[in-house]
Design a protein around this ligand. Structure first.
Ligand code: GLN
Length: 490
């Protein structure tokens, strides 16, 4: 029994290279897993199984004749449903875009296609990436593959759940305040948000443009390095894309952490931190010390200000970005209306869900004359202070090790009544976006309920290679990334 759906990308590649499996066999195994688990997990808004199987059988002959082009060649993958795919639904899990088929492809899709990737589906998310549990999706109810009574996290919950359940060997997501790392932690997979500007966002539906970044979901750290390596690089079509910046994430990946300085801050261990997560952090400190890293205590005084600043900045930008959905050019238009203004009002009222409306109202308020200085401008000043704080932190250490989240996954409905409680899910991930720096969430075992724990490693801009090196060393010692969620069948 090859159990292909549970294998990493690197393992699948090796099996194909050795002639022990074929592209068709791999895609078929993933398709079978989708047929089994999707009725319970509902990770996808759209599955492209038939199309993927056709592509895979075309790969069979090519690979047989010419060999594999690279590690991602002939491997299926999933994209979050806020990444534009030509002629394929791209809904942002919103009613307002429920019929939207973009006329072009996002850059990350093109990059993965160039590497021989096979798109197998588009994953569910919180509506317009606003949320931390996938519960704001207007289209699907994604469950946590470890226990379907629990949420997968969000907003990229579908991508995290697809990878955790073996329904995609890897997936991409977007992270504005934690939307890759938080669901990765809650679903027990590796999730990386790279430095702002490192991966092109051309064709990513904008939520908060100064924070949004595309990143990866994989089963282990080596796969993370492989997929990141495939999607980074300058893109003239994205004005925030950084000029060519070569980060070698693969060569030194397994070279260890001897002499590396890993920072720990008490600020991330305040009340509300689940005891088991605190213990995981202690264990990680032990592991790193044994491996020869130096643990240093650092101050992080700005943590309390990060969430309020984030919700002002992100909502302000969202209120502007989402102004384009008015029922005129694309998306859903209200059926009965009386004149132009009424058409706008009805299309937006019917098309957006409550959380999206809340953000639009909050953002519009924060940007309005008379309140701009008190809210938006102040939040931007806090942003500068957070950037400065990280600069100081990284003078005394190479990386900062924290929990990814204060708690493991929670039940459906547990945090929906109080938006503030939901917002607190991102307490530890949001500062990273505010500063535009990279971070990864890595699996750190399970709690007493059998739900995954995640730890976060964050570094200065363009330190993806160092972050992944440290993540790999931890994985190699603990093997937590070998744990697989139980099969969920109806
Ligand atoms: N959960 C956060 C929010 O709701 C972050 C979302 C994200 O990173 N896209 O805004």
């Amino acid at each position: 029994m090859k159990d292909l759906a549970n294998k990493t990308v690197t393992e699948l590649h090796a099996l194909m290279a050795a002639g022990d499996t074929t592209p068709s066999e791999i895609t078929k195994a993933v398709a079978v897993r989708i047929a089994e688990e999707e009725p319970v997990v509902e990770a996808y808004v759209t599955t492209l199984v038939d199309q993927a199987e056709e592509e895979a059988s075309a790969c069979d002959a090519r690979v047989k004749e010419h060999g594999l082009a690279g590690t991602l060649d002939a491997i299926p993958y999933a994209l979050k449903d806020n990444m534009c795919t030509d002629g394929i639904l791209t809904t942002c899990s919103s009613k307002i875009l429920s019929n939207f088929k973009p006329p072009y492809n996002c850059t990350v899709y093109n990059r993965l296609e160039d590497k021989g990737g096979i798109l197998i589906g588009k994953t569910n998310m919180d509506e317009f990436a606003m949320g931390s549990s996938c519960e704001t999706s207007a289209l699907r109810r994604t469950t946590n593959p470890w226990n379907p009574e629990y949420v997968p996290g969000g907003s990229s919950g579908g991508s995290a759940a697809a990878v955790a359940s073996g329904m995609a060997p890897y997936a991409l997501g977007s992270d504005t305040g934690g939307s890759i790392r938080q669901p990765a932690a809650l679903c027990g997979v590796v999730g990386m948000k790279p430095t702002y500007g490192l991966v092109s966002r051309y064709g990513l539906v904008a939520f908060a443009s100064s924070l949004d970044q595309i990143g990866t979901f994989t089963k282990d750290v080596e796969d993370c390095a492989v997929v990141m390596d495939a999607i980074v690089g300058h893109d003239a079509k994205d004005s925030t894309s950084v000029p060519e910046q070569h980060i070698d994430m693969l060569t030194g990946l397994k070279s260890g952490v001897k002499g590396m300085k890993i920072g720990i801050s008490q600020a991330f261990m305040g009340e509300g931190l689940q005891d088991e997560i605190r213990k995981s952090l202690d264990e990680a400190i032990r592991v790193y010390t044994e491996l020869g890293a130096e643990i240093v205590d650092v101050d992080f005084t700005m943590l309390d200000y990060a969430l309020p600043a984030y919700y002002l900045i992100a909502s302000a930008e969202a209120s502007s970005n989402l102004a384009r959905y008015d029922g005129v050019r694309y998306g859903v238009r209200a059926e009965d209306y009386d004149g132009l203004v009424d058409m706008y009002v009805k299309s937006r009222s019917e098309g957006f869900g409550d959380e999206v409306k809340r953000r639009i109202m909050l953002g519009t308020y924060a940007l309005s004359a008379g309140y701009y200085d008190a809210y938006y401008k102040k939040a931007m000043k806090v942003r500068t202070l957070i950037i400065q704080e990280y600069k100081k932190v990284y003078q005394s250490c190479d990386l900062l090790l924290t929990p990814t989240t204060a708690t493991t996954s929670f039940k459906f409905g547990e945090r929906t009544a109080n938006p503030l409680e939901m917002y607190l899910s991102d307490l530890y991930t949001v500062p990273v976006n505010i500063a535009g720096i990279p971070a990864v969430s890595i699996p750190a075992g399970l709690d007493a309920k059998g739900l995954p724990i995640g730890l976060q490693l964050a570094g200065p801009a363009f330190s993806e290679d160092t972050i992944l090196k440290a993540a790999w060393a931890y994985e190699d010692q603990t093997r937590y990334t070998d744990l697989r969620a139980p099969l969920q069948k109806k």
